[in-house]
Design a protein around this ligand. Structure first.
Ligand SMILES: Nc1ncnc2c1ncn2[C@@H]1O[C@H](COP(=O)(O)OP(=O)(O)OP(=O)(O)O)[C@@H](O)[C@H]1O
Ligand SMILES: O=C(O)c1ccc[n+]([C@@H]2O[C@H](COP(=O)([O-])O)[C@@H](O)[C@H]2O)c1
Length: 216
């Protein structure tokens, strides 16, 4: 089973990293691929460039064998549409290998605005991770899809290559990249929200308005 966890990771933080390990354990896979997007299709400019976000991710997972980076979206020009990525992965994996895409409820809430979203269940399973915040609107497409395609446990995902949606509710850290960028811009430290290696590199490069000479 191949598991990808996509995001803007601007910057990667302990909320992402902890979730990726929880997913790896709960789905019983050796590795989860973190997949940074190049140009996010659905939001404005990023605070750091693709290369800078990739560097922070590399530092963040340096000593963690359960995590790897899939940088395929960074090597593709233009907006990073998930359907394109999944099609590419499906070609590589062949028709039978289960492919799983992980998203938080906040991202899944807008699923029916993703490009070619109707194709996605034919390419991959979706694991939706419950994040604090508004519930999915009960009359919306994402909630309907979830009800129609609901999987009861991770084993169901192993039994077919795509098409199911599994909701997971692992313990989550209440951390957001928006909050981290705000702290840094205000001159406050994001220490313990991101790995020290990431904060060091953010300061070294002066990302998000960080002052290289400031306190750790
Ligand atoms: N603290 C967290 N715990 C679990 N999942 C998270 C957490 N933060 C983000 N995610 C999920 O990780 C994926 C990538 O998120 P993203 O890179 O946008 O991070 P973010 O912290 O939500 O960033 P931003 O605040 O800039 O929107 C999304 O599916 C999102 O739901
Ligand atoms: O393909 C799309 O149209 C699309 C629209 C919105 C989000 N996504 C993907 O959803 C993932 C989470 O997005 P985000 O904004 O929470 O970082 C990330 O991999 C995005 O590329 C994809």
């Amino acid at each position: 089973m191949h598991v990808i966890y996509g995001g803007t990771f601007d910057p990667v933080h302990h909320g992402h990293l902890r979730l990726a390990l929880e997913i790896s354990d709960r789905l019983g896979v050796d590795q989860v691929s973190l997949m940074p997007c190049h140009i996010p299709p659905h939001r404005g400019d990023t605070g750091a460039s693709s290369g800078q976000r990739l560097r922070l991710l590399e530092l963040a997972i340096a000593d963690e064998p359960q995590l790897r980076i899939d940088d395929r979206e960074l090597t593709r020009a233009g907006a990073s549409y998930t359907a394109d990525t999944l099609r590419q992965l499906r070609n590589e994996l062949g028709p039978d290998e289960p492919l799983v895409m992980v998203v938080g409820t906040d991202a899944f809430a807008g699923f029916d605005r993703w490009r070619e979203w109707q194709q996605i269940p034919d390419l991959a399973h979706i694991v939706v991770v419950r994040r604090p915040g508004p519930e999915l609107a009960s009359d919306g497409v994402p909630a309907r899809l979830l009800a129609e395609r609901s999987a009861h446990d991770p084993d169901a995902l192993r039994a077919q290559p795509c098409g199911l949606i599994l909701e997971l509710d692992p313990p989550l850290l209440d951390i957001s990249a928006t909050g981290i960028r705000g702290r840094i811009a205000d001159g406050r430290s994001p220490r313990y929200l991101v790995p020290d290696s990431v904060w060091l590199e953010i300061r070294r490069q002066g990302l998000y308005g960080a002052c290289p000479a400031g306190n750790f």
